[in-house]
Write a protein that binds this ligand. Structure first.
Ligand code: NAD
Length: 273
């Protein structure tokens, strides 16, 4: 068997020379991804709604020795992501990787205030605008700027791969819809040598998606942990490897795939619900 040399191993996860754009990078999974991409040698473009948080993440990456630029953008505003990518091309350079990660939860599940009969048009529309239309617009904008060899990564969820009574109707619906969008996009863009994949995280702590705070109560954490064979929620460090894998040379023959990162949650045949 041929043994890989150290430089070969390093090359598998190197993003040297890449310009990686990440939406929803001002906190949580997107921020963790932006940090590992910078550590892997990429120039990172941090996109998020809050200008303050975007510049905070850029500052942290630069302080750690990385290269990063930031732009505020709301992916739910039609045309906004195209406009910001045009600025990135002009001011930073042509992206080689685009990560469509921005997403919102859309209120409570039916076990709380989010029963179907009570679910409002406003909640539905907001989630569709961000999670579905925002992902469509981000991936379409990527298809317009990427060249052969480009990569697109979409953040879905295990909630898009099965029912999930812990989250809202709009969340499970949009997270499922973007998975088939990813597969279809992968078919078309394969003709241009561009890979398109999705990641499906299970419950991770350290993000703001629940109630805007990065802390989670011990009670909520125990509830989520009880749904996971590994017996705990994932950490931000544990999403970084899979986020890096799917845009790096290590996944050169992977496209149209969905990678669950869920501590075994999808392997359960029965849940405790
Ligand atoms: P988060 O709230 O910490 O991060 C979400 C990011 O998306 C933030 O930077 C926010 O500013 C941005 N965002 C939201 N709406 C936006 C909009 N309209 N325009 C631009 N940016 C917008 O939450 P997170 O948990 O890190 O979520 C990131 C992604 O991971 C989401 O798509 C989410 O659905 C997905 N996800 C999270 C978990 C989890 O357990 N945390 C599990 C599965 C999937």
């Amino acid at each position: 068997m041929t043994r890989l040399t150290d430089p070969d191993l390093a090359g598998l996860t190197s993003l040297a020379g890449d310009i990686v754009v990440v939406t929803g990078a001002s906190s949580g999974i997107g921020q963790a991804a932006a940090e590992i991409y910078a550590a892997a040698g990429a120039t990172v473009v941090v996109l998020g709604r809050s200008a303050d948080r975007v510049s905070g993440v850029v500052g942290d990456i630069v302080s750690a020795g990385g290269t990063a630029h930031g732009y505020p953008v709301d992916v739910a505003v039609r045309g906004a992501i195209d406009a910001v990518l045009a600025r990135v091309v002009a001011e930073v350079g042509r992206p080689t990787v685009v990560v469509a990660n921005a997403g919102i939860a859309g209120g409570a599940s039916y076990r709380g205030a989010g029963r179907l009969a009570d679910y409002t048009d406003a909640e539905w529309d907001e989630v569709v605008a961000t999670n579905l239309t925002g992902t469509f617009e981000t991936v379409r904008a990527a298809a317009r700027v990427l060249e052969p060899g480009g990569r697109i990564l979409v953040t879905s969820s295990t909630a898009g791969m099965r029912t999930d009574p812990m989250v809202s109707y709009a969340y499970v619906s949009t997270k499922a819809a973007i998975l088939n969008f990813v597969r279809q996009t992968a078919l078309e863009l394969a003709e241009r040598g561009i890979r398109v994949n999705a990641i499906a995280p299970g419950p991770f702590k350290g993000t703001r998606i629940g109630d805007g705070r990065t802390e989670i109560s011990a009670e909520d954490e125990a509830m989520w942990a009880s749904t996971i064979p590994l017996g705990r929620m994932g950490t931000m460090a544990e999403i970084q490897g899979p986020m890096l894998f799917l845009v790096s040379p290590a996944s050169a023959f992977v496209t149209g795939a969905i990678l669950p990162v869920d501590g075994g949650a999808l392997a359960l045949s029965h849940t405790s619900f």
